[in-house]
Design a protein around this ligand. Structure first.
Ligand code: MLT
Length: 260
């Protein structure tokens, strides 16, 4: 069942670009896009279950459930077709959405994400994170995660952004972190799916992204029938926050393919 009260931020007009955030953040991470691209399209940035102002709901969920939540919101907003963008975990959900609701999509934006499943060690780390957050909350995660989410340039030159990301993680509901880690650990492999995606696709990656590195983004572009790659300089995994001007330029250019 789709969740009621899916919170979202909305800005701009014209073709709809739905935006799905990274783990363990919220729609707040899209503020530089909501501010910088309002003249280009209508952005709808959602808080996925348990994040931001959206309630977690009672049960464990899958990434397919999150895709269902988004399409249910689009139905309620009267939006038949839309461009869908997701960063990292948001990209996994965007791929789930394409798998289930392909006919609703005009285009896809996959940022700092991957189609494949976790390597066994990475999957194991998710269960370690779950155990740690169950026992101690999000404090430790808020201290360690910015070091892997943010690129080395950001860590050296934007201490205020490092602190902001850390504060976001610290205030995230531990139960939301646990539910999302479980859903990501169980996600299906979408690598073979890439060849079936006919809509125009923009793959964006920060050149300093250590979690889903540029080589993986380039491999996705090779597998996608209709894709282009945008490499964002001086940015790590959270490329939209680390170098918003570069990210927004790529999205602005891509969205010009979908006039209202
Ligand atoms: C994210 O930024 O959403 C995470 O790195 C996704 C993941 O844990 O695989």
């Amino acid at each position: 069942m789709p969740i009621e009260n899916l919170n979202y931020r909305e800005r701009g007009g014209g073709t709809t670009l739905a935006l799905l955030h990274a783990f363990p953040l919220s729609s707040e991470m899209w503020e530089p896009q909501l501010a910088g691209l309002a003249d280009v399209c209508r952005m709808v940035a959602v808080d996925m279950r348990g994040f931001g102002r959206t309630p977690l709901g009672g049960e464990a969920y899958s990434l397919d459930d999150l895709a269902g939540d988004l399409v249910d919101l689009m139905d309620r907003l009267g939006v038949e077709r839309f461009v869908l963008g997701g960063l990292s975990m948001g990209g996994y959900v965007a791929l789930a959405c394409q798998r289930r609701f392909d006919d609703r999509l005009q285009g896809l934006l996959l940022a700092d994400t991957r189609a494949g499943v976790d390597a066994p060690a990475a999957r194991e780390r998710r269960y370690q994170t779950i155990a740690q957050v169950e026992a101690h909350g999000t404090g430790e995660l808020s201290r360690t995660m910015p070091g892997s989410l943010l690129g080395k340039t950001t860590q050296a030159q934007q201490p205020e952004l490092v602190a902001r990301v850390s504060a976001w993680i610290e205030r995230t509901d531990p139960a939301a972190v646990i539910a999302a880690q479980r859903a990501m650990a169980e996600r299906p492999d979408a690598t073979a799916q890439l060849a079936t995606i006919q809509v125009p696709t923009l793959v964006i990656v920060g050149e300093e992204d250590a979690l889903s590195p540029p080589a993986e983004a380039a491999a996705m572009v090779r597998d996608l029938p209709n894709a282009q790659l945008a490499l964002i300089p001086r940015a790590g995994h959270l490329s939209n926050l680390e170098y918003p001007e570069g990210f927004n330029r790529a999205v602005r250019d891509f969205m010009s393919r979908f006039p209202a």
